[in-house]
Design a protein around this ligand. Structure first.
Ligand code: KG4
Ligand code: ZN
Length: 391
């Protein structure tokens, strides 16, 4: 059994969890405490994530979220006589003070180790989580381990809600193919066994979530654009196939890389196709926007399905995992579910629980637990790696 405090600060979500996991793959993760603060609304003003704002928000929110997480877990105990504890400089005076005050006030919680996202992500944001985790680890004399954010997204798909406060951890058959689709990544990764990864394909330009966000901006929808595109695309789909203009001309966008024989993706051409389509129109009604969103979502989904089909045919995985923020998309889920049911019925398919599709600290803690279970945690000084890769 392991009790883990996990911290996620790779992008615009600050998240802290306290998990108690047991039984390895096939076992359970009990959520003793869990908090998440999304900064998305603040970044919406800039139309995307603004790194120095993300860093400042993480600095402000990490201590309050940790206090609340420990309170939920019954681990928040004030010292009977507060002892001043001054942490070394955490690169910001107010942050340093708040961490010092937190460590001075509360007792060391009963946990085995701390897990923190080390990369990939925005480096200033990652560094905030890492320096914070290391300060806690040093004060409490508890080991701190770095976790890969994308591995977290893979593990998030293996968690199924069992009770209000616990998740069942699946024991997937290997090899396991993961389709990781988020704001920064679009890749297919094959695991021959736990933590043995091989890159099968990835985007040559934009990530699929980035394409959703950029097309949303073209359509005047708010950031993050993925859920907004999905919402208005659904309205159009209820009316039938995508059509455009007063004369209701059928609209489809090209499926990028359809004739390419690799498992790589490309999404920037699709975004440009949307841009040119809109530039060519004199008037764009709300119905037109909904139809553009529908046609875009269909092209994006078709591309993901096509490349996943190719990767599955090539590598015959026993399990397909889909993870990352875009895995929340119902239309994409449907396309991938049909692919597996109709063409690869012997493959097990895992999507993350609806509560775990976006960035969160539960996935970081669960990934750390699996690594500890298999003796694959690596100790040592942590460095933020913005471009870290699993393979
Ligand atoms: O994994 P995530 O929360 O953060 C990163 O690690 O990037 O993914 C965020 C991305 C954003 O691009 C967002 O627009 C997209 O996931 N997203 C969606 C949906 N929900 C979130 N894209 C399409 N459909 C959705 N329902
Ligand atoms: Zn993510």
């Amino acid at each position: 059994m392991s009790k883990i405090l996990s911290i996620e600060t790779s992008c615009d979500e600050t998240a802290v969890s306290l998990l108690e996991c047991d039984g390895g793959p096939g076992g359970t993760c009990v959520i003793l405490g869990n908090t998440l603060y999304s900064q998305a609304e603040k970044h919406a003003l800039f139309g995307g994530v603004y790194p120095s704002l993300a860093k400042r928000e993480h600095q402000e929110n990490l201590v309050p979220l940790t206090v609340e997480t420990m309170r939920q877990a019954g681990e928040l105990k004030e010292k009977s006589s507060p002892k001043t504890y001054d942490v070394l400089n955490l690169r910001d005076a107010a942050f340093t003070d708040s961490v010092s005050a937190f460590l001075s006030k509360y007792e060391t919680p009963d946990i085995d180790f701390i897990a923190v996202t080390q990369g990939p992500g925005l480096e200033p944001a990652l560094w905030t989580g890492i320096t914070y985790a290391e300060a806690l680890g040093k004060a409490w004399q508890i080991p701190v381990f770095g976790i890969d954010h994308m591995e977290g997204h893979i593990v998030s798909a293996l968690l199924t809600q069992a009770t209000e406060r616990s998740y069942h951890l699946a024991n997937p058959k290997m090899p396991m193919l993961s389709l990781l689709i988020s704001g920064g990544h679009t890749e297919l990764i094959l695991a021959s066994d736990w933590f043995k990864y091989n890159l099968v394909g990835r985007t040559k330009d934009d990530a699929v979530g980035e394409a959703f966000d950029k097309v949303a901006r073209l359509l005047d929808l708010s950031y993050p654009g993925g859920p907004e595109i999905a919402r208005i695309a659904r309205l159009a789909r209820d009316e039938g196939p995508s059509v455009i203009g007063k004369d209701k001309t059928p609209l489809t966008f090209p499926r990028p890389m359809a004739h390419d024989t690799t498992c790589d993706f490309s999404f920037s051409g699709l975004k440009t196709a949307v841009l040119y389509k809109m530039k060519g129109m004199t008037e764009i009604s709300e119905a037109d926007k909904q139809n553009i969103a529908q046609a875009f979502e269909e092209a994006a989904a078709a591309t993901l399905v096509m490349k996943t089909r190719r990767a599955m045919a090539e590598s015959s995985p026993k399990t397909l995992v889909v993870g990352g923020g875009v895995s929340a998309n119902e239309f994409i889920r449907e396309g991938l579910t049909n692919l597996v049911e109709n063409e690869f019925p012997k493959t097990d398919l895992f999507f993350p629980d609806r509560t775990l599709t976006g960035d969160n600290a539960i996935m970081v803690g669960a990934a750390a637990y699996l690594r500890s279970y298999f003796n694959k945690l690596t100790a040592g000084d942590l460095v933020a790696r913005g471009n870290q890769r699993l393979s």
